[in-house]
Write a protein that binds this ligand. Structure first.
Ligand SMILES: [Zn+2]
Length: 360
């Protein structure tokens, strides 16, 4: 006789096994299965990703990537929750980014407030009922707020700067006329120095192959350092980071690893791929443009202009990056030069710092 009843553990394990196709190891899948089977209902309902990361002993970003893969496969559901700055109430009524609005009305106190992606919108995940049916007792606000205080929350901005989320949910965007404020984002622009000469000397096909290799390197480093490439513009990229020191670390790693790539490719020094990098940090707005998420505002414009005023193999940053640069050990030995830069559309000259690596 067929046994139609499967133990819950087996149902969960089978569902979780799909994550192997995303490269999630057997060991992590096994741990996830145990968590999904054994944790109390309230820990799996609107769960703080940081709490799950602690249970699974994973880095927050690794946990988020796995949850986004799980979301794609229907293992969990995602909640974009808006916290009211007036009464502290949490509105969980959003499963999609396109349900969020620039101005949010608190359902509890009716306060209308601007929606900040890094301060008021947090993400949580609920285990899908296909894997395990949670009881009504799972909804325990006191427990959730205790966990939020203990672990801190994962903001919408963290999701927006997760490459896995952008890859797996390219259509998950804000409505065309809405925007989310981001209080602080670090923007990094790169551009390839002398690319016109590179194309003319190497020929279009070979030059493009080199440019492609350099893009692969940039995408990988930006992800490793906790950011996301927002877009490429010709031979340039624009990347965003939630923390400014991540942007500084990425800029250092990019120069460093590009040097190794040039050597590995056996390129003559005249054909070396060299980047000019510009950084700024500050507020911006997240919008949807041409069906893709994009960032706009003075911080973005400033970073772009600082980049174009930079030099090959240098990192040029605004004053706002100095506190972040101070905590990056890898900058020890780099030379720093200050100058005033007049930027189009900005009245006063902006103080920028050119950073040069020790060997040059
Ligand atoms: Zn309220």
């Amino acid at each position: 006789m067929l046994n139609l009843y499967k133990p819950r553990r087996q149902v969960i394990a089978e569902a979780v096994s799909v994550l192997s196709s995303y490269g999630v190891s057997q060991e992590v899948r096994d741990r996830l299965t145990v968590i999904f089977d054994e944790q109390s209902d309230r820990e799996l309902y609107r769960a703080n990703p940081r709490l799950l990361a602690a249970h699974l002993q994973l880095q927050e970003r690794t946990m988020l990537k796995i949850l986004v893969m799980g979301l794609r496969e229907g293992l969990v559901t995602l909640n974009w929750e808006v916290e009211c700055p007036a009464c502290g109430g949490i509105d969980p009524a959003h499963h999609h980014l396109h349900e969020l609005r620039s101005l949010h009305t608190c359902p509890a106190c009716k306060t209308i407030h601007e929606t900040n992606a890094d301060e008021q919108v947090r993400v949580t995940f609920t285990l899908d009922e296909r894997l395990r049916k949670l009881t009504a007792a799972a909804d325990d606000p006191a427990f959730r707020s205790k966990m939020d205080r203990r672990y801190g929350v994962v903001s919408a901005h963290h999701m927006l700067t997760l490459p896995t989320f952008r890859q797996l949910f390219p259509r998950e965007t804000l409505p065309p006329n809405e925007s989310l404020l981001i209080r602080r984002v670090a923007i990094l622009f790169t551009d390839l120095a002398g690319s016109t000469q590179l194309y003319s000397r190497r020929g279009d096909t070979k030059a493009y192959e080199l440019v492609h290799r350099h893009f692969d390197l940039l995408f990988r480093i930006v992800d490793e350092q906790g950011g996301v490439v927002i877009k490429t513009i010709g031979d340039a990229i624009m990347a965003a980071f939630t923390e400014p020191d991540q942007a500084v670390r990425a800029a250092i790693a990019i120069h460093d690893q590009l040097k190794h790539l040039n050597q590995d490719l056996g390129l003559p020094p005249d054909d070396w791929l060299r980047l000019k990098i510009g950084l700024d940090v500050g507020p911006c707005v997240s919008v949807t443009l041409n069906d893709r998420p994009d960032y706009f505002g003075t911080t973005v414009n400033t970073a772009a202009r600082v980049q174009s005023a930079s030099y090959p193999d240098r990192i040029t940053m605004t004053e706002a990056l100095l506190p972040a640069a101070a905590i990056v050990d890898d900058l020890k030995g780099w030379q720093r030069q200050q100058r005033a830069l007049v930027l189009k559309g900005i009245d006063h000259p902006v103080t920028v710092y050119d950073l040069a690596p020790p060997s040059t």
